[in-house]
Design a protein around this ligand. Structure first.
Ligand SMILES: CC(C)(COP(=O)(O)OP(=O)(O)OC[C@H]1O[C@@H](n2cnc3c(N)ncnc32)[C@H](O)[C@@H]1OP(=O)(O)O)[C@@H](O)C(=O)NCCC(=O)NCCS
Length: 159
């Protein structure tokens, strides 16, 4: 039930919780400083999901850039305890809408072909494979799949 959750921009006070989720979610992790530096970068947006009744508890996050009409999704994770409850879908839907408002016409990301949950999530939102970066992930030597989504123009722009 996604009505259980809210999405808001992250602040510096959220970084500790974001980094904890990062640590629980990835083999190769961003440092805590990486998340701080994203908050300082004007091209970058970090969104967090919180339970509706507990806005200070971070259960998931999304980091993306918007530049040159493109949204590049850089990081997404949900705390293991809160998975399969629609949190990632809600974060992405919110992020895609905001990025469109910031001028993005396409969204793209890299994903490991072995990451079935993430692939299922992105495909359910309409992302399609457009390329592959051989040996992109240094920890396993795995290729990266590049997925892309065309963003529909905002309603106010349609004739
Ligand atoms: C991938 C991840 C972000 C999904 O978060 P989530 O909040 O559990 O995802 P949601 O509940 O919003 O799921 C939305 C859809 O994604 C797909 N999906 C999510 N997890 C899945 C799983 N374990 N197996 C299969 N499909 C899955 C389903 O289509 C799901 O819809 P459904 O629940 O109606 O079937 C989460 O598993 C995670 O943090 N993984 C580790 C970090 C990671 O891999 N990040 C992505 C890097 S590219």
């Amino acid at each position: 039930m996604t009505g259980e959750f809210r999405i808001r921009p992250a602040g510096f006070a959220d970084v500790k919780a974001i980094h904890r989720i990062e640590t629980l979610s990835f083999l190769t992790r961003w440092s805590r400083w990486s998340f701080y530096s994203e908050l300082l970068n004007p091209l970058s947006t970090t969104l967090v999901a919180t339970p509706a009744g507990d806005p200070s508890r971070v259960v998931g996050y999304l980091v993306y850039w918007v530049a040159a009409g493109e949204m590049h999704i850089l990081n997404l994770a949900v705390h293991p305890h809160w998975r399969r409850r629609g949190v990632a879908r809600l974060l992405l839907t919110a992020g895609l809408g905001r990025a469109r408002g910031q001028g993005a016409r396409t969204a793209w990301l890299e994903v490991r072909p072995s990451n079935r949950p993430a692939l299922a999530l992105y495909e359910s939102l309409g992302f399609v494979p457009v390329g592959r970066r051989p040996g992109y992930y240094e920890d396993t030597g795995e290729d990266a799949l590049i997925l892309e989504l065309a963003l529909a123009p905002e309603e106010t722009e349609t004739p």
